[in-house]
Write a protein that binds this ligand. Sequence first.
Ligand SMILES: Nc1ncnc2c1ncn2[C@@H]1O[C@H](COP(=O)(O)OS(=O)(=O)O)[C@@H](OP(=O)(O)O)[C@H]1O
Length: 352
Amino acid sequence: MKGGTTALFHYLNGSQPAIHYPNGSKSHVDFRPRYHPGIIGAHATKEVNFFNKRPSKIANATLQQQYFASFPGVDALVDQPLAGRCSYPAQLGLSSSSRPALVRMEATAMYLAHPTAAANVQRLLPQVRLLALLREPVSRALSSVNMLFQNQHAHLEQASPAYQQAWQVYVITELRRQLQVLRGCYAKVAPGLPVHRQVDDCVFAPNQTLTGVLHVHVGLYAVHLERWLSHFAPQQLLIWSSHAFDEAPAQHMDQLVHWLGLDPALTWHNSTTFTRMHKRSYPAGSLPAALLQELVAFFQPHNERVFALLQRHGYGSLVQQLRRAWPLELAETISKLQQKPAEHGRQTQVQP
Ligand SMILES: Nc1ncnc2c1ncn2[C@@H]1O[C@H](COP(=O)(O)OS(=O)(=O)O)[C@@H](OP(=O)(O)O)[C@H]1O
């Protein structure tokens, strides 16, 4: 969440007006082709929000049918979506001469941090391939709180002093509150149960909700990856630095095509211009230095935990990449947020 999932989804999915499919479902046909014809996104939205529901007693086959109804060209009875098969290849831009492989994808930002999503996915899609984008956690938290603030204060003119003042009060209050709740959760962690189980229980306690701590909690990647890696093998989980993806999108997309075992010759390299998506502005000069320091200090040991976890699971080169990228991302965020508009754009030195 806030790591570039919208951009990734749309780079892969092209841009598509609606058409109708033989099974009665309404779906898409490209006017800008998908990056690879063998990868197609969910209908209508990148976020299906299916696995972040409470576990249900409905039979797996019915649940699978419900889930696959979110994707174009799918009739789960004849289509064998779990086998990567597709009944209407021509409509999806695939050659119909053989039965081509088709990867269906969605990008529900909430899955990574959700306490039961990994278990729910494993139950229905044990062979699934997963991709996580990790953004420097302080920048990610500020992006998250900025989005919520903007959604709730659309009536305020962004350049106005009232907007800046309200932004500052909101960001300080909300981030401090979330930091306090999560410090409490981590302080209670004891030897025994895995850390992610203890933290999930605390975050999901009766007087506490996931959304209530989302800005900070999502960036505590060690607990989330620990949870997903307790359900899936590292071979099923591709993890990218958000910053590296931003710097070299085509290279990452080609890596994805290769990792999914699709034919690279079918890749449509000119399908997208890789412009940033979901980008928001921030009020310059509004982030107090003390809050910034508090955030940096809070995340620092958690970042070390995620580096150690990734190293243990064979993601050593990613760790090196994140150790280089995160200080740069943090410096960019500080430059964007802390300096007065006149100073904006100057180089800023930060401690990693
Ligand atoms: N290609 C690429 N790579 C990395 N990061 C990118 C990219 N495109 C957009 N962005 C920045 O990502 C932020 C939006 O992330 P998401 O699309 O994941 O947001 S959401 O979870 O769907 O709300 C948002 O960050 P902020 O602008 O700081 O809010 C975008 O600017």
